[in-house]
Design a protein around this ligand. Structure first.
Ligand code: C2E
Ligand code: MG
Ligand code: MG
Ligand code: MG
Length: 288
């Protein structure tokens, strides 16, 4: 009986593995055509500046409107796009979309775009970013790039050269998801990041875990000493916001303010706010 059960379990396991492989294959096939079929869309989530008490920018977050699966999260298809070598065209597409959208926003609102490590391994990264800025007319000072430390793991000399080149154009560079991965402090020494984004896992546990709170406080202090701005990711409660304010965090991002939304909704939000404010004051809106 035990043997039969064991076999049954094994078959079930094998089946579910098989399902996963099938599902992944299906995503792979569809992803190859998603770009040409115009199924990708960029959503935007506000970055709330704490001392100014207003939204200072938006992070561009890609979504896939799959004809049958519905809205697919980037966590599901970005890794596959990286493996299939599709991340370069996909990343270029997101960049141009984000720049064209941001140029329609009030002048002091920035846009942050995520870059995959694989985009640094391709040769034309800085060229394609310059092209996106030229085509859209977005000033370089309004563009921020979010990179994770994994981009700095391989061939870091070449990556650092690219980062310095982009920086010299006036583009800001943020280190994303700080605190996950190796979090080696040597990354902070190797490149003068403009901003450090503290991963949401620390923010989430900050309220009830003294060790997480200590890490957040230390990282915020370190960033301040090094002259870097800070963003806390995944802020969902007033309590978290109050603590972050107290600890001197620069910026907060999370469902407490808003979820990522389609471009049209951000445009409407600006338009509605603009109507209620004197001309030229559009950028000093409150987020709520
Ligand atoms: P990320 O860059 O760390 O982006 C923040 C993620 O946290 C987003 O997930 C956002 O929707 C989510 N988030 C924001 N506030 C909250 C909150 O209060 N609570 C919780 N639980 N989550 C919150 P999303 O949009 O699913 O994106 C996941 C990841 O996919 C991103 O993490 C980024 O690494 C990657 N990604 C998204 N768009 C792009 C892209 O255009 N290019 C590349 N290379 N990667 C992208
Ligand atoms: Mg990011
Ligand atoms: Mg992040
Ligand atoms: Mg994150």
């Amino acid at each position: 009986r035990a043997k039969a059960e064991g076999r049954g379990t094994f078959c079930f396991f094998e089946q579910s593995m098989n399902d996963k492989v099938q599902a992944r294959r299906a995503i792979e096939v569809d992803l190859r055509t998603a770009l040409v079929r115009d199924e990708l869309e960029v959503f935007y989530q506000p970055l709330f500046h704490l001392s100014a008490g207003q939204v200072g920018g938006f992070e561009a977050l890609v979504r896939w409107r799959h004809p049958t699966r519905g809205l697919v999260s980037p966590a599901q298809f970005i890794p596959i796009a990286e493996e299939l070598g599709l991340i370069v065209p996909l990343g270029e597409w997101v960049m141009i979309q984000a720049c064209k959208e941001a140029v329609t926003w009030p002048r002091d609102i920035k846009v942050a775009v995520n870059l995959s490590p694989a985009q640094f391994r391709s040769n034309g990264l800085s060229k394609s970013i310059r092209r996106a800025l030229n085509e859209s007319g977005l000033p370089a000072g309004r563009l921020e790039l979010e990179i994770t430390e994994s981009a700095l793991l391989q061939d870091s000399e070449a990556v650092l050269a690219t980062l310095h080149e982009l920086r010299s154009l006036g583009i800001r560079i943020a280190l994303d998801d700080f605190g996950t991965g190796y979090s080696s402090l040597s990354y902070l020494r190797s490149f003068p990041f403009d901003k450090l984004k503290i991963d949401q896992s620390f923010v989430r546990e900050m309220g009830y875990r003294p060790d997480c709170q200590a890490i957040v406080v230390s990282v915020l202090g370190l960033a301040a000493e090094l002259g870097m701005a800070t963003t806390a990711e995944g802020v969902e409660t007033e309590e978290q916001l109050e603590q972050l304010r107290e600890f001197g965090c620069t910026e907060a991002q999370g469902y407490l303010f808003d979820r990522p939304r389609p471009a049209g909704e951000i445009r409407h939000w600006f338009a509605a706010k603009a109507n209620t404010l004197p001309r030229g004051k559009t950028a000093s809106l409150q987020s709520s």
